[in-house]
Design a protein around this ligand. Structure first.
Ligand code: FAD
Length: 413
């Protein structure tokens, strides 16, 4: 059996490795000619990490990322509203990682090149359309820059892992409405900065309209007391721009920092962190409405192509990775068409729940709970919000996103 995968992102490469494990011949087609480790930091949740451990990549994760100890939800004055412990010590079977997106992609890419063969990843060749019949599927290849068709390739299944602007999604669902954008812009960057906390904890601070996420993505430099600190600053703009411009490589400038002047924390100089960052990227917080189906015959969707979601709760990469594992599992028995339907049945409902929960701000609802009540650095959380109220929000989200602790789920994640 041969699988053709469109897109050498995190989802496509994980799927390639998982399909190779069940005996498929795999070819991955990537529109970009010269893949570079782009992006800034992302988080890999314990269930996503479990898939990569099963692929034998746990050691690489430890060498390249930081095992996340906890997620703190903070007010803009630095009060810790709640701390959600992560990792093995907190009862998960696998660690959570904070890691540079490009490094994660290259861990997968290097493994794919070794295991699938050096020629299995074809760069500078996008998939622009396909045709299929009872015998197989043919993917038509086009050059990225000109979109001119130059060749075609045959296989048994075609997987659209071609990201947020997926061509294959558009082909399967030509009448889908526009992307959803509610006016929230994100600026992202990485800066070598003085470490905060235990050098392994991340925090999310502010409220629904002005929010800051910070976490280290490198080990602490013991001599300097610094690490590479990843940050994402989010601000709800009055005049939403067209979400169609969503491009992960779009450069931004420092104008947004004025919205964060009121963020004052004892353990980190927020303004210095933001202003000292050399490369700033901007990206609108966009998603799409969940689809009613992903699979048609021998073709299906995976990752952001299938279920683009707000980057809330660190789920984008993790859900794409889970898709890859579920796809391979579903294809072990039955025909390719049956396998793709079984994969969709396993994953569509679950990822739809995450897309919708992220629109309601997932676990970050606690920020708004506190923001309404805490008006200065001397206010005390415990005088205003009960522990039960706070824990219920985090527990519910873990359930929706599917990475409960062993004690909560009875499953071993
Ligand atoms: C350059 C880049 C930087 C990013 N940076 C961040 C970040 O800093 N923070 C964050 O949270 N998320 C980032 N993301 C998104 C994040 O990687 C995804 O949300 C998540 O990992 C799901 O992965 P995916 O494989 O579904 O999609 P992606 O990781 O987006 O991968 C899709 C791949 O498909 C390729 N492709 C697109 N069209 C075609 C085509 N027609 N034919 C063949 N290949 C095609 C793309 O070039 C890309 O390599 C970034 C994505 C990209 C592409």
């Amino acid at each position: 059996m041969k699988a053709i995968i469109s897109g050498a992102g995190i989802g496509g490469l994980t799927a390639a490795l998982c399909l190779h494990n069940i005996g498929y011949d795999v070819e991955v087609y990537e529109v970009v000619s010269d893949l570079k480790p782009l992006g800034v930091g992302i988080n890999l949740l314990p269930h996503g990490a479990a898939v990569l451990y099963n692929l034998g990549l746990g050691k690489k994760l430890d060498e390249s990322g930081v095992r996340t100890q906890a997620i703190e939800y903070r007010t803009k004055f630095g009060h810790v509203i709640t701390s959600d412990p992560r990792g093995v010590d907190a009862g998960f079977e696998f660690p959570q990682y904070s890691i540079h997106r490009g490094m994660l992609q290259f861990i997968l890419l290097d493994a794919a090149r070794v295991r699938l063969g050096p020629d299995a990843i074809k760069t500078g060749a996008g998939i622009s359309s396909f045709s299929q019949n009872d015998m197989g599927v043919t993917a038509h290849l086009a050059r990225g820059e000109t979109n001119s068709r130059f060749s075609s390739v045959d296989g048994d299944i075609l997987i659209g892992a071609d990201g947020f602007h997926s061509v294959l999604r558009k082909t399967l669902h030509p009448n889908e409405g526009p992307t959803r954008y509610e006016g929230m812009m994100m600026w992202r960057g990485v800066n070598e900065h003085q470490i905060f906390g235990d050098a392994r904890t991340m925090f999310i601070a502010g409220n629904h309209d002005v929010k800051l996420v910070c976490y280290p993505i490198s080990a602490k430099d013991e001599a300097k007391g610094t690490a590479q600190i990843n940050w994402v600053a989010e601000f709800r703009e009055g005049k939403p721009r067209r979400a169609i411009t969503a491009d992960w490589n779009q450069r931004g400038n420092l104008d947004f920092v004025k919205h964060f002047q009121c963020f004052e924390m004892k353990d980190i100089d927020i303004i210095r962190l933001l202003k000292g960052t050399k490369e700033i990227f901007e990206y609108p917080m966009v998603d799409r409405n969940p689809l009613p189906w992903w699979s048609k015959g021998r073709v299906t969707l995976l990752g952001d192509a299938a279920h683009p979601m707000y980057p809330v709760g660190a789920n984008g990469a993790s859900q794409a990775i889970l898709d890859g594992a579920a796809l391979a599992e579903a294809l072990v028995v039955g025909s390719p068409e049956q396998g793709l339907i079984a994969y969709e049945k396993e994953r569509l409902g679950k990822t739809t729940d995450v897309v919708l929960a992220n629109r309601e701000w997932g676990p970050e609802k606690v920020l708004d709970l506190a923001d309404e009540k805490i008006k200065g650095p001397n206010d005390r959380i415990e005088d205003h919000i009960s522990r039960d109220e706070i824990e219920a929000v985090a527990r519910n989200y873990r359930k929706v996103a599917g990475f409960q602790k062993k004690s909560e789920s009875g499953t071993r994640l």
